[in-house]
Design a protein around this ligand. Structure first.
Ligand code: S3P
Length: 172
């Protein structure tokens, strides 16, 4: 492992991206960043309000820009929003990041383990209505993309964020 690993975490809602980013950053004494938080800072409102007031296309635009900036600026552990990989230009930016020595980790998770983390609150607009069915549909559609953009796949089912962080470290 290099002295300053640069790692991007991708995966569906409930895969534990932010928690694992926190664990990795603590382990490696690196900064942690989250593109959802960056988008909220730029928009001045929560992700759910951006979806509601401005629509998903506007959110994706802000998200793509947040990822682009973070990949250039951030030298630590970066968690992407679950749908960030859908943007073709983001897929290209991740390929470039990997070519430059960065590692992209897909945190794989089953519905059973994602559901309790996702919960049934209002903060994830794409899962409103029937969260379990929506999550499953979204994962089926996105799995090939997560696998394509990632250099490492780590299954998070049944293990703690600290154990996921350990697995990632071993995979580097
Ligand atoms: C989304 C995931 C969310 C957030 C937004 C859209 C998605 O992030 O970016 O609600 O499309 O999967 P998390 O993956 O952190 O929940």
């Amino acid at each position: 492992m290099s002295a300053r690993p640069r790692v991007v975490l991708v995966g569906p809602p409930g895969s534990g991206k932010s928690t694992v980013a926190h664990a990795l950053a603590g382990r490696w004494h690196l900064a942690q960043r989250d593109t959802d938080t960056d988008v909220e800072a730029v928009a001045g409102k929560p992700v759910a309000d951006i979806f509601l007031e401005d629509g998903e296309p506007r959110f994706r635009e802000l998200e793509h820009e947040a990822v682009r900036v973070a990949l250039v600026e951030h030298d630590g552990v970066l968690a992407l929003g679950g749908g960030a990989v859908l943007h073709a230009a983001t897929q290209d930016a991740l390929a470039e990041y990997r070519a430059g020595g960065g590692v992209v980790v897909f945190l794989d998770v089953s519905l059973k383990h994602a559901a309790p983390r996702v919960g049934f609150n209002q903060s994830r607009p794409l899962l409103l209505g029937n969260p379990r069915a929506r999550w499953q549909a979204l994962m089926t559609e996105r799995r090939p993309v997560y696998e394509r953009v990632a250099s490492v796949v780590v299954s998070t089912d049944g293990i703690t964020p600290a154990q996921v962080a350990e697995r990632i470290e071993h995979a580097l």
